[in-house]
Write a protein that binds this ligand. Structure first.
Ligand code: 5AD
Length: 369
């Protein structure tokens, strides 16, 4: 008990502390961890939950990652790319409902047609959404994978200001086991540095519960987040998809679901304790494991939620994993449901606000003495 309290209140957590906290198993210990993470969140970033309307605008992908449902070899997926008007409609809906930010996410493509399309989307979204409430337009986060320095620069100049690129795992050997040889750990890391250099607020994250992943790996993941000085974190449980090479882990996954869920919540809490003032998303994958998973993520120290805004007829084609919630035709408006859920746990919502990472703002401001 003493050890737990000591770790929870240690302002400079060591690797041993991180490992110890991630290994907690008793219900009451995990509850203490949750409460402390909530307190640290409140002190550093406040209780507001910020919304990013998530638009999955294309499921075309050049990669063949062994875990992902939209990998290029999955021929069962009907491939789509939203028309510009369809994206703009989603954006309009987001802005009308007071979401200050959107996320444009897609599979990875590097051809110039794609890059030009993304740039023009960003520009159009920006010019259409400037208003009294949002003088600089809606905040745009991009999540379109590994690109060249120049491409990232073009995206930034077009008006995107945040970028999500998960490292997936900070263990290079494990990274190599879950990706085809063309996808390289070093290159992924390099991209994160490009993004930072250009001036993006940079988000990264990992999948939790990957086959072969250990608690030590997850501990190192949290240390990695600090080392690269991430501004935002988005992570969630790894969930098996039948049409992937990792379908062989289905049984193992089904048997360990509950532990995986708890581990994902502990990862959020421990990341909050260690990084303090970053934005942490409570991801959809958490809700795939447990109906109230996303609310629980917020209770464990997350402060960002991404309501799904992809038009409902495309949603079932963007299944990175199985059991993804909100994909039937009745959940057109995920925002309303999510907002009710957030209000249910008594968290205020940061409407009409970009909800930028406080960590990023602190870094960018010269220190006052
Ligand atoms: N389970 C959980 N998360 C997944 N992702 C891709 N496939 C899966 C899966 N089977 C995550 C990856 C990627 C993000 C967009 O989705 O971490 O970076």
């Amino acid at each position: 008990m003493k050890e737990l309290i000591k770790a929870l209140y240690n302002d400079n957590l060591t690797k041993e502390d991180l490992l110890f906290l991630l290994s907690l198993e008793k219900k009451e210990d995990i509850e203490q961890l949750r409460q402390r993470a909530y307190e640290v969140m409140k002190q550093n970033v406040g209780e507001f939950v910020y919304l990013r309307g998530l638009i999955e605008f294309s499921n075309l992908c050049i990669n063949d990652c062994y875990y992902c449902g939209i990998r290029k070899s999955n021929s069962k997926v009907r491939r789509y790319t939203l028309e510009e008007d369809e994206v703009l409609e989603c954006v309009e809906f987001a802005v009308k409902n007071g979401y200050g930010s959107i996320v444009l996410q897609s599979g990875e493509r590097k051809d110039s047609r794609f890059i030009d399309y993304v740039c023009s989307l960003i520009e159009k979204i920006k010019s259409k959404t400037r208003s009294q409430q949002l003088p600089n337009g809606v905040g745009i986060t991009l999540c379109v994978g590994e690109q060249s320095y120049n491409t990232y620069k073009r995206f930034f100049e077009a008006g995107a200001h945040r970028y999500l690129l998960r490292i997936e795992t900070s263990n290079p050997e494990l990274f190599a086991k879950i990706h085809p040889p063309e996808v390289s750990f070093e290159r992924r890391k390099e991209c994160l540095y490009y993004l930072k250099d250009i001036g993006f607020q940079v988000g990264t994250g990992v999948m939790i519960g990957l086959p072969g992943q250990t608690i030590e790996d997850l501990t190192n993941d949290i240390v990695f987040f600090k080392e690269i000085d991430a501004d935002m974190i988005g992570m969630g449980p790894y969930i098996v998809h039948r049409e992937t090479p990792f379908a062989i882990y289905e049984k193992y996954f089904q048997e360990n679901k509950y532990n995986l869920y708890l581990l994902s919540l502990k990862m959020i809490a421990v990341t909050r304790l260690f990084l303090k003032d970053v934005n942490i998303a409570s991801t959809t994958a958490l809700q795939a494991l447990y109906p109230f998973g996303r609310e629980e993520g917020l209770r464990f120290g997350a402060n960002v939620i991404m309501p799904l805004m992809t038009p409902s007829n495309y949603r079932k084609e963007y299944l990175l994993y199985e059991g993804k919630p909100c994909i039937d035709e009745f959940s057109d408006d995920c925002g309303e449901c999510l907002i009710a859920r957030i209000e249910n746990i008594n968290r205020p919502i940061g409407y009409n606000n970009w909800g930028d990472s406080i960590h990023f703002k602190r870094k960018s401001q010269p220190k006052k003495d």
